[in-house]
Design a binder for this molecule. Structure first.
Ligand SMILES: C[S@@+](CC[C@H](N)C(=O)[O-])C[C@H]1O[C@@H](n2cnc3c(N)ncnc32)[C@H](O)[C@@H]1O
Length: 350
């Protein structure tokens, strides 16, 4: 799917303080940059998950290890860390370490509950599960991850809960990610599962139908979608009589109107071609590891990555329309990249 200037104009209605007349005029250029980025992300993730397809044997199964061990392999090797920060982060942005200047290499700096704190790798593995597990009800029949990548979250949920009565559904754009998930669950012969091609930008929700009670979630996937389509939440809530819908996404900064405007404005200005790359926000910004810079850092990371800007407004609209109630909310709960903290928001259909 390619976005049109009208799609941008509609998306920007969530940001009343922008110069709408200007961005309507510049919309064709902004949208061209947006479309280019979507294609680039698609190619990158296909390659990333393809690095695990070698684990799949001739029978189409990732076998020879228990589910927990297989999921740990799918977590990846973890990147080299120096002074508490992954090297890949320190290489690409200037960081003022402040009080974290003397962190030993065996410790990592995380974002935790809105602050920068030291921790260990186990926190990373537990970060999503501690929020998600309580949402699995006895009556839940299917759990669906949208933008599931290689399916490690679904695999970990099965390994940790032992819920073999649930159908596990991976919805993902990249064929390689879907193949790895199929291989992972094929080894669990008594567990129903499906791997379904899915694109947030033209979502086909047919695969979510046929159940009375479902749990749908995303993890670091909506971050990749600058503007979700306006009807996504209500469309998901409509597919079953009972729906729990959860998001673990780096969107905490979106709750501050002035910061949200700043990011949306930066996105439009930088993609419009009117601002030279040397004057992009990221070219002049230093990330300070201080708690009072937490939100500015997260918003700057989102702007630089062209990350999602409208999940929080869409959740708010669903609440206002009383189609859902909020069942949990943990702003800036965890970031293994401290500058990209995930918030957990969950809704239940009314
Ligand atoms: C950072 S990865 C996270 C994967 C997985 N949720 C996890 O936590 O391991 C982002 C995922 O979003 C997927 N994604 C990006 N754009 C998408 C789109 N338009 N539709 C569906 N999935 C998309 C990517 O293919 C990738 O698998």
């Amino acid at each position: 799917m390619t976005f049109s200037p009208e799609d941008l104009t509609l998306a920007l209605t969530d940001f009343p303080d922008l110069d709408h007349a200007l961005y309507q005029q510049l919309a064709p250029t902004i949208v061209a940059g947006w479309n280019q980025m979507v294609a680039h992300h698609k190619a990158c993730y296909q390659d990333a998950w393809a690095s695990y397809t070698g684990l799949i044997d001739a029978t189409g199964t990732i076998s020879g290890m228990d589910l927990d061990a297989a999921v740990t392999i799918l977590d990846g090797k973890g990147s080299a860390t120096t002074g508490g920060l992954p090297d890949w982060i320190s290489r690409q942005i200037p960081v003022d370490l402040g009080n974290f200047a003397d962190v030993p290499d065996n410790k990592k700096i995380y974002a935790l509950d809105g602050r920068y704190q030291l921790g260990d790798e186990e926190m990373h593995r537990a970060s999503l599960m501690r929020h998600l597990r309580p949402l699995l009800r006895p009556e839940t029949q299917a759990v669906i991850e949208l933008g599931a990548g290689c399916g490690r979250n679904l695999g970990r949920l099965l390994a940790q809960t032992g819920r073999r009565d649930i159908t596990y559904i991976s919805c993902e754009q990249s064929p390689s990610g879907l193949a790895v998930f199929r291989g992972l669950l094929a080894a669990q012969e008594d567990v129903a599962h499906r791997a379904v091609p899915f694109d947030f930008n033209e979502p086909d929700l047919e695969c979510l139908t046929g159940f009375d009670h479902i749990l749908v979630f995303t993890c670091a996937a909506i971050e990749q979608i600058p503007f979700l389509r306006q009807s996504l939440i209500t469309d998901i809530l409509a597919v079953a009589p009972q729906v729990d819908l959860a998001f673990f996404e780096p969107v905490g900064w979106q709750r501050f109107g002035n910061i949200a405007t700043f990011v949306a404005d930066g996105f439009c200005r930088e993609l419009s071609g009117q601002v030279p790359q040397s004057q992009f926000h990221k070219a002049g910004f230093t990330y300070r590891l201080q708690d009072d810079c937490f939100i500015d850092n997260a918003a700057s990371w989102a702007l630089a990555g062209r990350y999602n800007m409208n999940l929080v407004p869409l959740v708010q609209k669903a609440l206002n329309a009383k189609v859902a109630s909020m069942t949990s909310l943990a702003w800036d709960s965890f970031g293994s990249n401290p500058f990209n903290p995930m918030s957990f928001l969950s809704l239940s259909k009314i």
